[in-house]
Design a binder for this molecule. Structure first.
Ligand code: PMP
Length: 358
């Protein structure tokens, strides 16, 4: 893209200092940088989707309430459809939540390091962001959580389990404890939820200010579809329906999501394969002398002792392997994050890493 021209109109004061969200894409053979699923969705899903899309009434707006999709999602979790809100990726779910519950004069709490979009979108809505700290191993420090919540009185508090980019899964006891402490909403981002041994979904009801967000981008192998959702109290879903744009979910996407849910067994099979590969990769990396953080997701965070993160990242890239460079992120000095790919891709990554370590 060309360099931006001189602005004729000033952007909002609070946006001027804000950087965009960057996830550099480089065209290389092995891309293990964005936590996508390494395998395509089932062929039977593609066929069913193509057949339904052929019959679409393209001249009509889609079902604004995404009724059938919401029912299918609700059924898959054993909740009611009026507890489900769906949008274009879980990022849009988060944005809608924050438009409704954050904004000027309100505070949003995150515990860093965590998914950068939580604080970024909160700032875009004009909210004040308060960043609590995790301990040296990236675990939540409940004393710090208590301090942040008491001091800042956030309207929205984020947890992410498994946490991106550390991979750590929060325990049920921790989530219950934080839920009992929050003065506002607790949002548990479970983008990688199917990899974890438990889910906060079971804690959602109308009596608790708890929301769990999920996505079709990872475990469902459907990053291209841009579809995510939340399960939350009905009083909250009602408000989000007011905030989101009319007809935000196109008809083809509604079909894609509804049909995907018929293939739970296949999805779980893929999750199992990715977990097995993750453990293989983590053991091999440890044998190479790399520090690997235990992960409950489809990626691992790692650091090479005595080597700069940028240097290792570039060495991998020179060998055709792209991973996420977290080296310059606060609290993650020299850390990199690798997404679990196919066995062949993971083999290439290990071979490149061994070479870089020399
Ligand atoms: N939450 C977390 C923790 C993520 O890692 C991601 C994707 N990187 C998202 C939400 C957004 O996913 P999507 O918008 O593709 O649903």
């Amino acid at each position: 893209m060309s360099a931006p021209s001189r602005p004729l109109v000033a952007v909002r004061d609070d946006l001027r200092a804000l950087d965009g969200y960057h996830s550099p894409q480089v065209s290389v053979p092995i891309r293990l940088n964005t936590n996508e699923a390494p395998m395509a969705p089932p062929a039977a899903w593609r066929d069913a989707y193509a057949a339904e899309v052929l019959r679409l009434d393209w001249h009509r707006y889609p079902d604004r309430a995404a009724t059938e999709l919401r029912i299918a999602i609700a059924d898959s979790h054993g909740v009611r459809a009026d507890q489900v809100f769906a949008a274009n990726g879980s990022n849009e779910v988060l944005q809608t939540l924050l438009l409704a519950y954050a904004g000027h004069g309100r505070t949003v709490a995150t515990f860093e390091p965590t998914y950068q979009l939580h604080s970024h979108i909160a700032r875009l809505t004009g909210a004040t962001v308060v960043e609590g700290e995790r301990d040296a191993d990236f675990a939540l420090d409940l004393a710090d959580v208590r301090r942040v919540l008491a001091d800042a009185q956030p309207t929205v508090t984020f947890l992410c389990s498994p946490n991106n980019p550390t991979g750590m899964v929060e325990t049920e006891a921790t989530v219950r404890e934080v839920l009992s402490l929050v003065p506002g909403l607790l949002v548990v981002d479970e983008a990688y939820g199917q990899f974890a041994p438990w889910s906060a979904l079971a804690l959602v009801d109308d009596e608790h200010p708890l929301v769990v967000t999920r996505t079709f981008s990872k475990t469902w192998s459907m990053a291209a579809a841009r579809l995510g959702y939340l399960i939350g109290p009905t009083w909250l879903v009602d408000e989000l329906d007011k905030v989101v744009l009319p007809y935000h979910l196109d008809a083809a996407k509604q079909i894609a999501g509804r049909l995907a849910l018929r293939f739970v067994g296949e999805m779980e099979g893929c999750v199992g394969e990715v977990v097995a590969e993750r453990e293989r990769l983590a053991s091999a990396m440890t044998l190479l002398g790399v520090r690997v953080w235990p992960s409950g997701a489809n990626f691992v965070l790692f650091r090479v002792p005595g080597r700069g993160g940028n240097d290792v990242w570039q060495g991998l890239l020179d060998r055709g392997v792209l991973v996420r460079n977290c080296s310059s992120w606060p609290r993650l000095t020299d850390c990199l994050r690798v997404t679990i790919g196919t066995p062949a891709e993971n083999g290439e990554f290990l071979r490149a890493l061994a070479e870089v370590l020399g």
